[in-house]
Design a protein around this ligand. Structure first.
Ligand code: FES
Length: 123
């Protein structure tokens, strides 16, 4: 079902786990499949210094979250908010149609973590 790139990332995911002393955390789930994704970040001066994920989900969700966290490390918060699931899919060289929502989860988790960060900053 998956292409080689997705399988490669799934077997060797980057950025797995939880960022130490994170100041942003976002957890999202998909009701239909029941999969859950959590992204933690350490943001300093508006730059995402580190990002990691924990995903309780399918191979596409793991590959998407690994790819998405890799795409946002070193970026500004504004840049990270522009990362879309379509870009994640492009990085992964495609996902099967029924697995598109897995990449949406990664986009949503990034947004949820940044929302959390903004709330913390604004007291
Ligand atoms: Fe739901 Fe992949 S099947 S996240």
């Amino acid at each position: 079902m998956y292409n080689e790139k997705v399988m490669e990332v799934f077997k060797n995911p980057q950025n797995m786990g939880e960022v130490e002393n994170y100041n942003a955390i976002g957890t999202v789930g998909n009701e239909t499949c029941g999969d859950i994704m959590q992204i933690t970040m350490r943001i300093e001066n508006g730059i995402i210094e580190d990002a990691k994920f924990k995903t309780f989900g399918c191979a596409a969700a793991v590959a998407s979250s690994s790819t998405a966290t890799g795409m946002i490390i070193g970026k500004t918060v504004e840049e990270a908010l522009k990362v879309t699931n379509k870009q994640v899919i492009t990085e992964l060289e495609g996902l099967p149609p029924q697995k598109i929502h897995c990449s949406v989860l990664a986009e949503d988790a990034i947004r949820a973590a940044i929302d959390d960060y903004n709330k913390r900053m604004n007291g």
